[in-house]
Design a protein around this ligand. Sequence first.
Ligand SMILES: Cc1cc2nc3c(=O)[nH]c(=O)nc-3n(C[C@H](O)[C@H](O)[C@H](O)COP(=O)(O)OP(=O)(O)OC[C@H]3O[C@@H](n4cnc5c(N)ncnc54)[C@H](O)[C@@H]3O)c2cc1C
Length: 290
Amino acid sequence: MSEKLHIAQNLEDALLFRKENDCIVMAGSSDLMVSAYQGYGALPKFDKPVLLIRNLEELIGVRRNSDGTVEIGACTTSRQIVESPDTPWVLKQAAGRMGAVALRNSATIGGNIANASPKGDTPGPLYLLDAVVNVMSLDGGRRSIPIRDFIIKFRTIDLKNDEIITSVTIPVSDKDMTYWFYHKIGTRAANAISKLTLCACAKVSWGEVKDFRIAATASGPVTNRSRDVENIAIGLKFDELAAKASEISGAFDKVISPRAMPEFRREATRRMIEFFIDKVSKNSYKKFYN
Ligand SMILES: Cc1cc2nc3c(=O)[nH]c(=O)nc-3n(C[C@H](O)[C@H](O)[C@H](O)COP(=O)(O)OP(=O)(O)OC[C@H]3O[C@@H](n4cnc5c(N)ncnc54)[C@H](O)[C@@H]3O)c2cc1C
């Protein structure tokens, strides 16, 4: 067992340490310190050296790229994500509902993705927006992987031993869609891990659905999204969309695989989808959240 802690001075230093050591990458530490907790008064226990990256300026911030995409550094906290004018609305909803204030000051988006929990708050919007996870290793090794491929399965990500998540790139902006929906069901307003979250968006032009997306978290081992289901809605007029609401929610029901409380999760997911479709087809609001 090693007691070693390396506080990275810059990204190159972090990547060098990562290359030379089988280590644990630590960002905000909100997941890691809980899993390493040994009881009151005892030091947390890590079975590998720890590489602390939370203060690396290169990995912090939300910026709009010249091609219109938004890039969020891996060590950007939930609070910073909420406060940035460039953060897509639906991701702001998720980041603003994570934990409580203290947690949102430390929890990072990179940590939330790497944790690969089906109940994590940011993966839902990131799946919805076709986000790409950017990773780097020493000597300029870079990969960009769609989040749906990066999160391989429950608690498993496509990250090599010498790599660090550096940022996430989001190609879809608020203006690309006409309607947005975000609803997180939890037991409390704060410190509530999602029991079920649905986010959705639709682009409608001249009364016809041009794009339609649904992503659900806490409804299976990973976030659920299905282009096949979404394609049912694409190309429909408002009245046709309303008529297909139960077909669409029924098709999505086949995609999700909730283990705990499946009846509740299936029924609530169906209702949220049908609620969203009802509002879109009546053109009654542009953004809905709870
Ligand atoms: C009280 C409490 C409430 C919580 N509430 C919520 C909630 O409401 N919603 C929610 O989604 N989560 C919640 N969490 C979980 C946690 O806060 C989040 O998952 C958070 O985003 C993790 O980020 P972090 O920076 O703290 O990660 P860390 O704890 O530092 O790391 C988590 C994992 O990610 C890896 N990692 C981190 N950064 C990188 C990187 N750049 N490259 C490669 N690997 C990396 C680490 O090695 C580790 O495996 C809660 C946790 C606590 C303790």
